[in-house]
Design a protein around this ligand. Structure first.
Ligand SMILES: Nc1ncnc2c1ncn2[C@@H]1O[C@H](COP(=O)(O)OP(=O)(O)O)[C@@H](O)[C@H]1O
Ligand SMILES: [Mg+2]
Length: 182
C-alpha cells in the first residue's frame, strides 16, 4: 500500500468485525532508534492459534464473499520489506494485538499517510467502539481517547458531522504539536 495508514484502517476494520469494545492504536516514531512501530490492539472475539497461523497465509479468510484475505499478509510484507518485524498475538475470547515495526529510514518505507482522516474514519465506522490513539514522535506524545470525548459530548453522537470535523482538526493540531516539539 502507498501509505501505512491504509494498513491501519484495514486492520482496524478487522477489529470492528471482531466486535471489539475498545481499540488501541499506537504509532511510535522513534527517530533515534530509526524505528517506526505500529501497534493495534483490540478486545474482540480473538482467534485460536490455528486461525492465527492461517491468517498470516494470504490464501486464508473466514469471509465467503472473497476467497483471499490480504489485509494481514500485506501489512506483514510491508514491514518485512523494510527490515522490520511483524507479530500477531491473539486469544480466543480475549482479543488480538498486531505489532508492525519498520526501519524508519528504509528506502521502501512508505509514508504514514493521513492519520487524522484515518482515525476519524475508524470512529465513524463504529460509534459504539472506544478508540484510544496514541502517537509518539521522538519524546512527545499525543493521545486521543474517545471514551473521554463521549463523556464531554454528553449524549451527542460522536459521529455528528460537527464533532467529526472538530476531531479531525484536533488530531491534526495535536500531531503538528508533537512534531514541532523540541
Ligand atoms: N482483530 C481480529 N480479531 C478476530 N479475528 C480477526 C482479526 N483480524 C483478522 N481476523 C481474522 O483473520 C481473517 C483475515 O483477515 P484479513 O487478512 O484482514 O482479511 P479479511 O479481513 O479480508 O478477511 C479475518 O477474516 C478474520 O477471520
Ligand atoms: Mg481485513
Amino acid at each position: 500500500m502507498r501509505e501505512l495508514s491504509l494498513h491501519i484502517l484495514d486492520i482496524a476494520q478487522n477489529s470492528i468485525k471482531a466486535e471489539a469494545e475498545c481499540l488501541r492504536i499506537a504509532v511510535i516514531e522513534d527517530l533515534v532508534a530509526d524505528k517506526l512501530t505500529i501497534k493495534i490492539k483490540d478486545d474482540g472475539v480473538g482467534m485460536d492459534s490455528e486461525t492465527v497461523r492461517k491468517v498470516i497465509d494470504p490464501f486464508y479468510t473466514t469471509r465467503t464473499t472473497r476467497k483471499v484475505g490480504l489485509g494481514i499478509p500485506l501489512f506483514k510484507l510491508s514491514a518485512e520489506q523494510c527490515e522490520g518485524l511483524f507479530e500477531i498475538k491473539s486469544q480466543l475470547g480475549k482479543g488480538t494485538e498486531i505489532i508492525a515495526v519498520f526501519k524508519y529510514s528504509h528506502i521502501d518505507r512508505v509514508p504514514l499517510g493521513n492519520m487524522p482522516e484515518t482515525i476519524v474514519t475508524i470512529i465513524n465506522a463504529s460509534e459504539k467502539m472506544d478508540l484510544i490513539y496514541t502517537h509518539r514522535y521522538r519524546d512527545a506524545t499525543f493521545t486521543l481517547n474517545t471514551k473521554e470525548i463521549k463523556k464531554l459530548l454528553d449524549g451527542v453522537p460522536i459521529t455528528t458531522i460537527d464533532v467529526i470535523t472538530w476531531l479531525r482538526d484536533y488530531i491534526a493540531e495535536g500531531l503538528q504539536e508533537i512534531m514541532d516539539a523540541k
